[in-house]
Ligand binder design. Structure first.
Ligand code: GMT
Length: 378
């Protein structure tokens, strides 16, 4: 077995999928004997309550010196990265998100020296949105080109990174993963009756309600499905488009059929309630929630956006339609929900695919191989 490593991880501790993936990866690496040091402005939410002898947390404190109009978080983060790297003799600094984390890691490496290897994982909006910003483009390109390895969570994101930033360097594909000890079909017998009658199906949407998620489309799909299939719609999460969604529900008179569950921690339990997950996003580099659903045996009906088609196999583990085509997404959902044999086949295919292609062990090993490669220890 290769020698255990000392790995620093920086991520957005409170933000969506990238924070989840970074934290879960850190926990799995620690279980495998590596020493993991999280460096962030607050404790990653998936880490809360966990004690492990190999996991450490280093908090970034931002100076509020009176001449600063804006507290310089990026400088504090870079300094903290360098400090932890020196003090703990880190081998690897693995940063999730190019902006600002890869930029800070680049600065930290200047302070520490070339023994510290930087691995940058691209998650999506850092490239698809920020990469389009001319004022940031050169900085993002520099941080990516100067990383010792760069990974992205889908083939689509690799291509988009190349196109948007005109980058030609190698980028490793490392799909997102789920921990199979947490994501498996949960028993929902008693819970289900709180939301739906025995003859009703449950449709679910989980997101941060940002405009890219097209959450109003979810309501439109549900309205069309509900005309034919008795059903309920459960929303999990909240965010900027929540008021628009509420307006749409009122406009269509669906108030009695929709539940808002707000933010939930026990996603595997909640998702297991669903017969189908709706993910009609405008942009989605991967769509971690569709994988979480897949691992719980729940198929996704969604859009042909970004990396979703690399995850959801159309006609096998879900159905995909062009972005905004709510009629077609509704037709697919009706097809799935009104055919028990088809639904059972999809469920089986979901469980098999999640276990085979997106298992925690497999992807963690891919990251480890990248670490050893940049350290010249292949
Ligand atoms: O989708 C979001 O709004 C959150 C964002 C994030 O930073 O966590 O998600 C991005 O990273 C996830 C983890 O790799 C991917 O599963 C999401 O598809 C990606 N979001 C977008 O590309 C819009």
């Amino acid at each position: 077995m290769s020698q255990p490593l000392k790995i620093g991880i920086t991520c957005y501790p409170s933000l969506g999928g990238s924070g989840v993936v970074a934290t879960e990866l850190g926990k799995l690496l620690a279980e495998k004997g590596h020493q993991v040091h999280f460096i962030a402005h607050s404790i990653p939410f998936r880490l809360g309550g966990t004690f492990h002898k190999n996991i450490f947390y280093h908090e970034v404190e931002v100076s509020d010196y009176y001449v600063f109009r804006y507290p310089p978080y990026d400088m504090s983060l870079a300094t903290k990265m360098a400090q932890v790297a020196k003090m703990q003799q880190l081998d690897i600094l693995h940063v999730h998100y190019a902006v600002p984390h890869a930029v800070c890691a680049f600065l930290a490496k200047q302070m520490v020296g070339d023994n510290l290897k930087v691995v940058t994982t691209l998650h999506g909006t850092d490239i698809t949105v920020l990469g389009q910003d001319e004022s940031l483009k050169d900085l993002i390109r520099l941080a990516i080109n100067e990383s010792d390895a760069v990974t992205a969570v889908s083939q689509d994101l690799i291509q988009e990174t190349r196109d948007v930033l005109e980058i030609s360097r190698d980028i490793d594909l490392t799909y997102n993963f789920v921990d199979k000890r947490i994501y498996y079909p949960r028993d929902t017998t008693s819970l289900r009756s709180d939301f739906a009658e025995p003859n009703e199906k449950i449709l679910m949407h989980i997101s941060n309600f940002r405009p890219v998620k097209r959450v109003v489309d979810v309501v439109e799909i549900f309205a069309k499905v509900n005309e034919k299939v008795p059903s309920k719609l459960l929303f999990v999460g909240e965010g900027p488009d929540l008021p628009k969604v509420q307006c749409k529900i009122m406009e269509l008179g669906l108030q009695d059929k929709v539940f808002f569950l707000g933010k939930q921690d026990e996603i595997a339990q909640v998702i297991s309630l669903a017969d189908v997950l709706l993910l009609p996003s405008e942009k989605e580099s991967f769509g971690l929630v569709a994988l979480e659903a897949m691992a719980c045996g729940v198929p996704t009906v969604g859009s042909l956006a970004g990396g979703i088609p690399e995850l959801v196999v159309h006609g096998e583990t879900g159905f995909l339609a062009p972005i905004g085509d709510t009629k077609r997404m509704a037709d697919y959902t009706k097809q799935l929900l009104s055919n028990d044999a088809l639904a059972a086949n999809f469920r089986e295919a979901c469980l098999k695919r999640a276990c085979r292609d997106f298992a925690d062990g497999l992807i963690t090993q891919q990251y480890e191989q990248i670490y050893y490669r940049v350290l010249g220890q292949e």
